[in-house]
Design a protein around this ligand. Structure first.
Ligand code: GPP
Ligand code: MG
Length: 292
């Protein structure tokens, strides 16, 4: 038998991350919205998610313009913090020896909230080097950096140890990834009986397909909002069994109505969120699931 001489075969380079993921990282590396930084500066809890619950509308009646701005900022932060506490409450019970995984951790607020509540170890992962560096700086400043650490990694492929985590979550970060890949990684990282929690904006299957407003939100954040149904299908395929589902849509509206009035903080997406929630095409959802 004769064999053909080998042609010079060079493997196509495999990029560490897709072009899409690079664009998402670019967005978060450049992001400096006052609505995130000015709220975070209040108590050094930097959140990248929205708020829930009843708003104190008296902040709008404050006659002094500077004080009015400050009171609106503080009220929006209070509502965002309430959302973080709601999520954290579904992670437990946890002990200080437990480890939790924060997938898409942004500037780190969620992991700090979980650590303050349970004393647990936390690993946050973000595709933005700048966010990871900022979050680690905050943990250092709080003297919790021995237990709370942030990593510039891909949440779909963290490299962390299998079964090492008692709980994990995504707080408004699932719309950047394929759910099957994401839930496979959570299922790998969570120990049996571990708890997974997601808070997300999803499109409502009963509306039909993604509405104009959902598409505008996608364009604004460079994301791809999944339908509600996709979460349950992908969880079922990845050993994650829902134990609690909560429609937070109504509870999300006051935050957006107040943010719409905050001239010093608006980003331009406020009307779109309110229309999307009110026309039934978009929902704000919490799902807690057990890793079986
Ligand atoms: C919140 O981040 C928004 C996202 C992570 C992406 C989209 C989320 C959906 C629920 C669709 P942020 O706090 O940085 O946003 P903003 O700058 O608008 O406050
Ligand atoms: Mg924000």
């Amino acid at each position: 038998m004769t064999t053909a001489p080998h042609a010079a075969v060079t493997a196509a380079p495999v990029p560490a991350q897709s072009t899409y993921q690079t664009r998402v990282a670019d967005y978060w590396n450049a992001e400096e919205n006052p609505v995130n930084l000015e709220l975070g500066q209040i108590d050094d809890l930097y959140h990248h998610h929205y708020g829930i619950g009843a708003a104190d509308w008296t902040v709008l009646d404050e006659p002094d313009p500077g004080l009015r701005r400050e009171r609106i900022t503080a009220e929006l932060h209070r509502l965002e913090h309430a959302q973080a506490e709601l999520l954290a409450g579904h992670l437990g019970p946890l002990s200080p020896a437990d480890r939790v995984f924060d997938a898409g951790c942004g500037r780190g607020g969620g992991s700090v909230v979980a650590h303050l509540r349970y004393g647990c170890h936390a690993d946050g992962v973000t595709i933005s080097a700048k966010q990871a560096e900022f979050a680690n700086g905050q943990a250092h400043k709080r003297c919790i950096d021995a237990k709370v650490r942030y990593h510039h990694r891909n949440m779909l492929d963290t490299g962390f140890a299998s079964g090492a985590y008692a709980a994990s979550w995504n707080n408004e970060s699932t719309m950047y990834v394929e759910l099957d890949l994401l839930f496979a990684e959570h299922a790998r990282l969570l120990r049996r009986g571990g708890r997974y929690v997601v808070i997300t904006g999803c499109y409502n299957d009963t509306y039909g397909r993604a509405s104009r407003e959902v598409s505008l939100i996608n364009a604004h954040y460079i994301c791809d909002i999944h339908p509600r149904s996709a979460y349950f299908r992908a969880m079922a395929r990845n050993r994650l069994v829902p134990v609690h589902v909560e429609d937070l849509t109504e509870a999300a509206i006051p935050y957006w109505e107040l943010r719409q009035q905050a001239d010093h903080l608006v980003t331009g997406i406020e009307d779109t969120f309110l229309t999307a929630y009110k026309n039934g095409s978009f929902q704000y959802l919490l799902i807690a699931a057990d890793r079986i």
